[in-house]
Ligand binder design. Structure first.
Ligand code: UDP
Ligand code: MG
Length: 333
């Protein structure tokens, strides 16, 4: 029998996590498959960890649970969940019920037909008009730039086959941009649309600032084309400046020198200064990434897992062992 693992990153989802758990278990029970739920508490500051601990105790057989020592972000939480997952197929979904659990049946169907990545793409109906227009614009622009294809409306909600999961786990990078990674690993991909649901409870963790930063990540994570563009822009400016110098010299020789041009001068200096700042920032952005990669820090630190209360971790803790376990070395590389 196929075993499905469902990976659920949770950050301050106290208000909805129980409802989610009930719904997902109903759906999975109907599918007549073997299943497990892999909950990851991403350092929540509300009662999420407590709720998850209770769930993991109640359904010990089908539940895995990892709790981080602090908030490490959704990317890290998904990675932790994927590492925990032992199923033949793994579904990644949000805890807020925006990803309808019923769609897993359809995913399973496509999985059984041999697809390795089954993506549920949300339509943007019901979204704020401005936000969806901006998103569309962003994806159109970004796809011209990056080497992997990023599709509008495609998020992390998907089913992955075991080979696809293993491929993802073999990518050790610290800066993880999942949308890009999913696309980079390739494999046989199937996509279907679904109507986006509103969040059932709690609130979104995405502020405008973090969305913009995420957008920047998307641009820079998957290629060095921006650097190439910087070179071309620089060369173009040098060329234009050279032509202008020739023109100025010629007019000076033929018509004599006249002094005005203060505004032009200031405008050019400020403009070029701006261009240089942007380019420096760009280079800094790449260097920053190199800096983080070279530290080789783990993606996350674990405070407790489902094993903590079924023996395992606790015994070690009693023995005066390490409170914080460095899981990241577990299966890496
Ligand atoms: N999430 C997480 N860590 C974070 C932020 C979010 O694990 O730092 C989880 C969150 O609990 C939810 C999912 O990621 O299950 C998506 O978050 P959210 O619903 O806030 O994003 P949106 O649906 O608005 O894009
Ligand atoms: Mg959400």
């Amino acid at each position: 029998m196929t075993k499905i693992s469902v990976v659920v990153p949770c950050f301050n989802e106290e208000a909805v996590i129980d409802r989610f758990d009930t719904r997902i278990r109903e759906v999975l029970a109907d599918l007549r498959v073997e299943y497990e739920l892999c909950y990851v508490d991403d350092g929540s500051s509300d009662g999420t960890a407590l709720r998850l601990r209770a769930i993991a105790a109640e359904f010990a057989k089908e539940t895995r649970y990892v709790s981080f020592s602090r908030n490490f972000g959704k990317e890290a939480a998904m990675l932790a969940g994927l590492r925990e997952a032992s199923g033949d197929a793994v579904v990644i979904m949000d805890a807020d019920l925006q990803h309808p659990p019923e769609l897993i049946a359809r995913m399973l169907d496509l999985y059984e037909r041999g697809h390795d990545q089954i993506i549920a793409r949300r339509t943007r109906e019901g979204d704020k008009k401005v936000r969806s227009a901006l998103s569309r614009l962003y994806y159109r622009a970004v796809n011209k730039w990056v080497d992997v294809e990023l599709a509008d409306g495609v998020g992390d909600f998907r089913m992955l086959s075991r080979p696809a999961v293993d491929a993802l786990l073999s990518l050790p990078e610290y800066n993880r941009f999942s949308k890009g990674l999913f696309s980079w690993i390739g494999f046989d991909t199937a996509t279907f649309d679904y109507q986006n649901a509103a969040r059932e409870a709690g609130e979104t963790k995405w502020k405008l600032g973090s969305l913009l930063n995420y957008g920047m990540d998307g641009l820079i994570s998957f290629n060095n084309r921006p650097l190439r563009i910087a070179i071309w822009l620089g060369l173009t400016l040098v060329g234009v400046a050279a032509l202008y110098a020739v023109w100025i010299t010629v007019t000076a020789l033929t018509q004599g020198v006249s002094a005005p041009g203060y505004v032009t001068l200031v405008a050019i200096i400020v403009g070029l200064g701006g261009v240089q700042m942007v380019m420096l920032g760009l280079i800094g952005e790449y260097i920053g990434r190199i800096y983080y990669e070279t530290k080789r820090r783990p993606h996350f630190l674990v405070r407790e897992t489902h094993r903590s209360f079924t023996g395992g971790d606790r015994d070690r803790r009693k023995a005066g062992g390490d409170r914080v376990r460095l899981v990241s070395t577990d299966r890496e590389m």
